[in-house]
Design a protein around this ligand. Structure first.
Ligand SMILES: Nc1ncnc2c1ncn2[C@@H]1O[C@H](COP(=O)(O)OP(=O)(O)OP(=O)(O)O)[C@@H](O)[C@H]1O
Length: 251
């Protein structure tokens, strides 16, 4: 609107995710994590700068990417199996093929016997599994995830984290995973990227996570190296979190 100052969520910044790499973005609330992810998905056109996907500048939606949001995106009037199959059918796959592939993915997410259930007959964790199958059935080369396990309880989040890691290990897509849970970021990723408090947020930290794989997203948190990494990254992150809440959390 005329006269209103322009709000710049993200300042000029640069982030490169390599093929097969699992990168988590962590930062205080409102810093611009989703903004960065939405620009990568092609859902948001950046006011400046650009997104390059496998060397090609992105215009329009990122067709190489599958996107998993915090909110359920399941259609309540369709069964779990149909919710997965529809992701292929809208791309032109014949229904019989789509159903067969959907059933394979339902098995991979541990819901092989739940295909005929409707979303309201599934738990939050089961609905997330269906959502994951719905995204992965299209075999995207890139996975963009925005607080995907946010609404789940702590144990289910960790179980979903391990499931995600196991599925990711099958073909190692490039993953960009937004979370404000530093434990989750370290448990899952190859790299944790820290954003500063907004406005004009920037990437201020980039930490390689040298924990062994395969990992269990729960057990890895007991590893002494996990604690060392956590301390190191939290030292930087806590100052940004404190800025967001306008108080100094440092002792
Ligand atoms: N459409 C919009 N119009 C104006 N401001 C917006 C819009 N979308 C986001 N913002 C602002 O941009 C900033 C970054 O928002 P964004 O959702 O990217 O942050 P985030 O780090 O993902 O937050 P959270 O962790 O709370 O989900 C916020 O201050 C938000 O209020």
């Amino acid at each position: 609107m005329k006269g209103q100052p322009v709000y710049k969520a993200v300042a000029p910044t640069s982030l490169k995710v390599r093929e097969g790499e699992f990168v988590a973005i962590v930062g205080p609330t409102g810093c611009g994590k989703s903004t960065l992810l939405n620009a990568t998905a092609g859902l948001l056109k950046p006011a400046g700068g650009h997104v390059t996907v496998f060397g090609t500048p992105l215009s329009g939606l990122n067709a190489q990417a599958g996107y998993l949001f915090q909110q359920d995106a399941l259609m309540p009037w369709k069964t779990a199996l149909d919710n997965v199959a529809i992701a292929l059918e809208i791309g032109g796959t014949r229904r019989a093929d789509a159903l067969a592939q959907a059933q394979e993915w339902m098995k991979k997410v541990g819901l092989g016997r739940f295909g005929d259930r409707y979303p309201h007959q599934l738990s939050g964790g089961q609905r997330k599994r269906v959502g994951l199958a719905q995204v992965l059935v299209r075999q995207p080369k890139i996975l963009l995830m925005d607080e995907p396990f946010g609404p789940l309880d702590a144990q289910t989040r960790q179980i979903m984290g391990t499931l995600l890691l196991n599925l990711w290990a099958l073909d190692r897509k490039a993953v960009l995973f937004v979370t404000h849970d530093l434990d989750e970021a370290i448990a899952l990723s190859d790299r944790v990227v820290i954003m500063s408090a907004g406005p004009e947020a920037r990437i201020i930290g980039d930490y390689p996570i040298d924990l062994d794989r395969p990992r269990d997203a729960a057990d890895i948190r007991l590893d002494p190296r996990f604690h060392t990494l956590h301390r190191q990254i939290w030292n930087q992150l806590k100052a940004e979190v404190a800025k967001t809440y306008g108080e100094d959390l440092a002792p």
